[in-house]
Design a binder for this molecule. Structure first.
Ligand code: SF4
Length: 214
């Protein structure tokens, strides 16, 4: 790809860098998936079901993975055929189906968690302060994409009703009022099982403060 194709400014360079990372991720995900007899999408669904620790409806899976209903349904049917997930009637609605992992599916999901190790190793070579700045920038980017409805909303601290943001987390940590824990930027969660969405006013207030942190 020619030099500066996404622009010579920082925005173009960062965009180019992220696209190169996505190429590496796609190729590593396929390499792992082919070895496991799955597709990356199927692996992603297994990991999602493991993270949620319980059954999920097809619509929820589609929303979380940003896949179409048809693609989600096909992927889940294939996983079911392989004995990695099973469909049961949802407890709260007998007409709806909920998908959950089988024991074999849990083992496969644990293996699927390992394919991004190559990325963790590279990030691990960064200094602690570089990792913190990188994560902060990623959170800010994810939040902007959420606001533009270009990725699914995350159960993340930044939009949670229990989150108390700090203007200067290096001196005074952020705080989770529910779990009663102090948090550095790198402790902020992207997918928290006890998340509760804050009202829009609170989310705006948190974002205003967090967006200023350098
Ligand atoms: S409940 Fe979870 S998402 Fe909410 S502030 Fe606490 S750790 Fe963050």
């Amino acid at each position: 790809m020619s030099e500066g194709v996404y622009g010579e400014q920082a925005t173009g360079r960062v965009t180019h860098g992220l696209l190169r990372l996505s190429t590496a991720m796609r190729s590593q995900a396929w390499e792992w998936a082919e070895g496991a007899g799955l597709t990356p999408t199927q692996g992603e669904i297994l990991v999602l079901l493991m993270q949620r620790k319980g059954p999920m409806r097809l619509g929820e899976i589609a929303r979380e993975t940003a896949l179409t209903a048809a693609t989600t349904s096909d992927a889940v049917s294939t996983l079911e055929g392989k004995g990695l997930v099973e469909k049961r009637r949802a407890i709260d609605d007998g007409r709806a189906l909920a998908v959950r992992l089988t024991a074999r599916g849990r083992t496969a999901a644990k293996k699927a968690l390992q394919w991004p190790d190559f990325l963790s190793k590279a990030v691990g070579t960064l200094r602690e302060d570089e990792q913190a700045a990188f994560y902060r920038s990623l959170l800010k980017t994810i939040r902007q994409l959420e606001a533009a409805q270009q990725i699914p909303a995350h159960r993340m601290c930044l939009s949670c009703s229990h989150f108390e943001v700090s203007k200067n987390p290096k001196k005074v940590p952020h705080h989770c009022a529910l779990l009663q824990i102090d948090m550095a930027d790198t402790d902020l969660r992207l997918d928290c099982s006890v998340y509760e969405e804050g009202d829009l006013g609170q989310q705006k207030k948190v974002w205003k403060v967090f967006a200023q942190i350098a």
